[in-house]
Design a protein around this ligand. Structure first.
Ligand code: CP
Length: 330
């Protein structure tokens, strides 16, 4: 069964090959015909880019698509072993068992719940899907990973910088009024180290990335001849960077103490990507997965500048996902 869960399940050559194929498919939208296969997209959380880019990609590849929102389904229970005597009518185990008898592949979006840290680290909802599905499952953002976003990010970097090796990317934490999930920072960190980039991860001390993800990133960097350094100074982190990649995420150490986590976040409102920070870089590109809060995460002056490539990243979701779907059905 070819599930598409996260990019670290692939090696350097396989990811490079997917990136190259996506760029070919961007140049010629008629290269792939999926022959009326049927794909279900199940969104347990909101989406603009992922939903629209998958629907358009599938239709352009001659594939049927049904999009399902949590609001229009029976209320789903995701916990294993739950006593279902409250308001949730259907367990995801039956739901995926049924859906995978209709669809040739199923995409699932299931964010971290942000309540129980260890539970979110298990990434249980998408794992339950993969374990109970008779057809391939692909990850449209789970608690831990957003590989379709990382694929679009790599395509954009290849298009603009021509190579990954030794290019300097700074992945910087940014202030946000909510504690956001870690799927995007985990995924760009793993993808950039996998491809041999020189990676600087910048965040205030209370906002470490989970140690399991850092270990994977260190291993990637060793194998790919890239590098990883972690700094707590936002301006120093930007020095000589070819790319400034901004993302907000919630504190891992105070995950279950909402008041403490919020206080730690509020203390770092100065972590915004602005013109001063960009001026430290090597005429760096500005990247963000979107949606982004203007003048909180990034200033208008940066987001509206020629250095901002966020719309190219979003466009490349379409082409990267075509390459992923072709791989799933090959
Ligand atoms: N970047 C991203 O996944 O966007 P959506 O949440 O709008 O799908």
């Amino acid at each position: 069964m070819k599930h598409f869960y996260h990019l670290s399940e692939f090696n350097y050559e396989q990811v490079q090959s997917l990136v190259n194929r996506a760029i070919e498919l961007k140049a010629n939208r008629d290269l792939v015909d999926l022959k009326n296969r049927q794909v279900g997209l199940l969104f347990l959380n909101p989406s603009l880019r992922t939903r629209c880019s998958f629907e358009v990609a599938l239709r352009q590849m001659n594939c049927g698509v049904s999009t399902l929102d949590a609001q229009s389904l029976w209320k789903l229970e995701t916990e294993l072993g739950a006593v279902m005597d409250q308001d949730k009518s259907e367990h995801v185990r039956e739901a995926v068992g049924v859906l995978s008898r209709y669809f040739d592949a199923i995409g699932i979006r299931a964010f971290a719940q942000g309540v129980d840290r260890d539970q979110d680290l298990l990434d249980q909802t998408i794992r339950t899907f993969m374990e109970n599905s008779q057809s391939p499952v692909f990850n449209m953002e789970s608690a831990m990973y957003h590989p379709c976003q990382a694929m679009a990010d790599l395509i954009t970097i290849q298009e603009l910088l021509k190579t990954f090796s030794k290019k300097k990317i700074t992945i910087t934490w940014a202030y946000h009024p909510k504690a956001l999930p870690m799927a995007v920072p985990n995924s760009i960190l793993l993808a950039s180290t996998l491809m041999g980039m020189d990676v600087t991860l910048a965040h205030p001390p209370a906002f470490e990335i989970h140690s399991g993800i850092l270990d994977m990133a260190e291993n990637h960097a060793k194998k790919s001849d890239g590098s990883l350094r972690i700094v707590n100074d936002r301006l120093a982190a930007a020095e000589d960077a070819d790319i400034i990649y901004a993302k907000a995420w919630g504190g891992m150490s105070s995950y279950e103490d909402k008041e403490q986590e919020e206080a730690q976040r509020q203390a770092h409102k100065d972590w915004i990507v602005d013109s001063e920070l960009m001026s430290k870089s090597n005429r760096g590109l500005f990247m963000h997965c979107l949606p982004v809060r203007r003048n909180v995460v990034v200033s208008d002056s940066v987001l509206d500048s020629a250095r901002s490539v966020v719309l190219q990243q979003a466009e490349n979701r379409l082409h990267g996902q075509k390459a992923i779907l072709e791989w799933i059905f090959s």
